[in-house]
Design a protein around this ligand. Structure first.
Ligand SMILES: [Zn+2]
Length: 713
């Protein structure tokens, strides 16, 4: 999920642009902040004593930003009371905060050489209730600039709840007072806590320089555990409190793996915190998750594992968004992908690589694709395909180019050198080049600066006996790149008649290049990159059929029953609601549809069953067979009435389109799947029983971009 900074960039993007370009590592500001929060009245009362770096103190005007709902009661500069005034907002000025200017006292030389300490008293109401954000739920949490209220407290960089000099790193000593039945969590370490009948006061040290301070508070049930000097904790609502152990155990598992891989954990605490509005945010030393996410069990490598990897990447080594975003791709690679490989689950790892490649090819089509250098944050599925999936694969390919040793050494170097600094793609290139002892300019240029991926074909394949050795054959052919000239070492496997194989490497570096191989036997076919380690540009007909084929098609038809029973209609209601909101889907009512249009089809309910049973055309080359009351998929029979099916085959006449069938052996079987159907877009077939997946798999694409038959000599 998105780290909080991505949101920030979106809101105050223009400001970030001007500043970060000048200073890659700004000097940090130290706050001694005492704040009292009252949820019932939405109020905040604070005194902040700020140690400013001289460079900031000497700036003219001496100004800072604060939430517009907060009133300044008093300002002192080095112990002398001064006046402040509001700076009028410019016509294109960013909203969300008020800029204040401090009247600088006249100081003699001694005084101005001494400290540069500001003390600011302020108070006000922070009451921006979270509102549902538009767009895709996976992209953005509910929207609020900060809230203090009976449902919960959420204060973040967007709240401007303390005097802020943007684009400077900050450290804090924080004293926080809340009602006695409330608990707070923030970054850094809780040093002390005291309780009176009415109030709870906690003291926090936030001494690792950070971009902004985020704080959450609620009536939490807190559970803690020490793991190698690190405080692990859960802050959950009473209903979810029984899940605490599960989250603590998962946190420990990930920290165990990633401290071995990446080096010491960079903070003194990691906490899983339940939020009072939907969110999935990663902050330094804690993650803030909405209630439904917590309930569902957010403990997988791609969820909690991913947030934990952000502790090093994004929260410790900082990302300069004006220069792109490498953090999401590398975090995705190390958590969503590499966790399986590290645990020896190679089949799962291969599946993830293929899925990442499929996602890039389906969503980042040549007309929509852009260089990963231009990715900043995720707004659409194309951004996801480029900024997360392709970028993760670029790190995988870099690992193939170097070696595991050099690749992971490079990552550890980036963490060591980049902690507390802004790192961008050129810093990564510099560090990886140094550890690999070779110039990686070419690699970064073709994969980071350019869009796309190599589109490769083999042709003119022929085979002849080796005149020098009777047990060998000579295979020759030509390999062409159809879209730009990439340089890469492409692994190939030659399959031989006696069922053995011969492996080699084709060093690609020209648009067209002939090749010759001596192989020990009679070859039957060649497989390019059999392990799917290199991202190739594939056409739609070169991808396995799946529901996302329908989802990404330029022409989409939905067919549902004309004469459905009330029960059947109800079972598809959630799906229909979602689909009817999309204007570019052609919806047809037909009990026995013909698949004749040049489009992708999604056929649901009775028409799907009738079409499969009528056998008017062969689906998926007979891999799916439907008789009344049961269905056979790749020789496995399914017949229970509580089973539902999502099956996608290539269109029988137009291989770049697909036909998806979604139906149940009873209406009841459909209901729990219909709501979440589009979560299952990546398989060719899925069998559900009472809403749970009991079988899934892939069918072959119509045309393979990787398998080539060699004609007999
Ligand atoms: Zn992330």
């Amino acid at each position: 999920m998105a780290a909080i900074r991505f949101l920030i960039w979106f809101i105050v993007g223009t400001l970030v642009t001007t500043h970060i370009a000048e200073a890659s590592t700004p000097p940090s500001i130290h706050h001694s902040l005492a704040v009292e929060l009252d949820p019932e009245t939405h109020s905040l009362t604070a005194t902040d004593t700020i140690h400013l770096p001289k460079s900031l103190f000497n700036q003219t005007p001496l100004s800072f930003a604060l939430n517009p709902h907060l009133t300044i009661d008093r300002v002192e500069v080095n112990g002398r009371t001064v006046s402040v005034s509001k700076i009028p907002e410019g016509p294109s000025g960013p909203k969300g905060f008020m800029q204040w200017m401090i009247e600088r006292p006249s100081l003699n030389l001694e005084q101005s050489k001494a400290a540069s300490i500001l003390t600011i008293d302020y108070h006000g109401l922070i009451n921006d209730s979270p509102k549902t954000s538009g767009g895709l739920r996976f992209v953005r949490p509910d929207k609020t600039n900060g809230h203090i209220g009976p449902q919960g407290i959420y204060l973040t960089s967007e709240t401007f709840w303390y005097p802020t000099w943007e684009h400077h790193l900050v450290t804090f000593d924080l004293t926080l007072t809340l009602p006695s039945d409330w608990q707070a969590i923030t970054q850094g370490q809780e040093i002390n806590q005291s309780l009176t009948e009415k109030q709870r006061t906690s003291e926090w040290g936030i001494h690792s320089p950070t971009e902004a301070l985020t704080l959450a508070a609620n009536r939490f049930v807190v559970q803690k555990k020490i793991w190698r000097d690190i405080q692990l904790a859960t802050y959950l609502f009473p209903d979810e409190a029984p899940l605490a152990q599960q989250y603590l155990d998962a946190t420990e598992t990930y920290l165990d793996l990633y401290t071995n891989l990446l080096g010491p954990y960079p903070f003194t605490q990691f906490a899983v915190v339940e939020n009072f509005f939907p969110s999935g945010l990663g902050m330094p030393s804690f993650t803030l998750l909405g209630q439904s996410i917590v309930r569902r069990g957010y403990t997988q490598p791609y969820s909690l594992g991913h947030e934990i990897v952000h502790s090093w990447l994004g929260n410790s080594v900082l990302n300069d968004f004006t220069e792109g975003n490498w953090v999401e791709g590398l975090t995705t690679y190390l958590s969503n992908y590499y966790y399986d490989e590290a645990k020896g689950n190679y089949a799962a790892a291969l599946k993830t690589r293929r899925r990442m490649m499929d996602e890039f090819n389906l969503y980042a089509t040549p007309e929509k694709d852009y260089p990963i250098r231009q990715f900043h944050h995720k707004e659409t599925r194309i951004d996801n395909a480029v900024g997360y999936q392709k970028t993760a694969l670029v790190f995988h390919m870099l690992r193939q180019e170097l070696s595991d040793d050099a690749f992971f050494k490079g990552i550890r170097q980036i963490i060591q050198e980049g902690t507390g600094q802004y790192f961008e793609w050129k810093d990564l290139k510099r560090v990886f080049s140094r550890v690999a002892e070779r110039d990686l300019t070419e690699f970064f240029k073709q994969w980071v600066e350019h869009p796309g991926a190599p589109s490769v074909t083999l042709h003119d394949l022929s085979v002849r006996p080796d005149p020098l050795r009777s047990d060998q054959s000579i295979v020759s052919g030509t390999i062409s790149q159809n879209d730009g000239t990439y340089k890469l070492p492409l692994p190939i496997k030659v399959n031989l008649q006696n069922e053995s194989t011969f492996e080699s490497m084709l060093k690609l570096n020209h648009a067209t290049q002939p090749f010759t191989l001596k192989v020990p036997g009679i070859p039957t076919s060649i497989t390019l990159d059999p392990e799917h380690n290199w991202l190739l540009r594939l056409q739609r007909e070169q991808l396995p059929p799946m529901l996302n084929g329908w989802d990404t098609d330029t022409r989409r038809i939905l067919v549902h029953a004309k004469t459905a029973s009330k029960e059947e209609e109800t079972s598809f209601q959630a799906l229909m609601r979602r689909i009817q909101g999309q204007p570019d889907i052609e919806i047809r009512q037909n009990d026995s549809p013909a698949i004749t249009d040049e489009a992708s089809y999604l056929i649901i309910g009775t028409p799907a069953r009738q079409l499969l049973e009528s056998k008017t055309f062969q689906l998926c080359n007979k891999r799916v067979q439907m008789e009344s009351g049961h269905i056979t998929i790749l020789d496995q029979v399914f017949e229970r009435p509580d089973m539902a099916f999502l099956i996608t085959c290539p269109h029988p006449n137009f291989s770049n389109h697909t036909v998806s069938f979604f139906f149940g052996l009873s209406p009841k079987a459909v209901t729990p799947v219909a709501r979440l159907l589009f979560f299952y877009g990546w398989d060719s077939y899925l069998v559900f029983q009472q809403g749970k997946v009991v079988a899934r798999g892939m069918f072959q694409p119509v045309h393979s971009a990787r398998e080539f038959t060699i004609p007999a000599p």
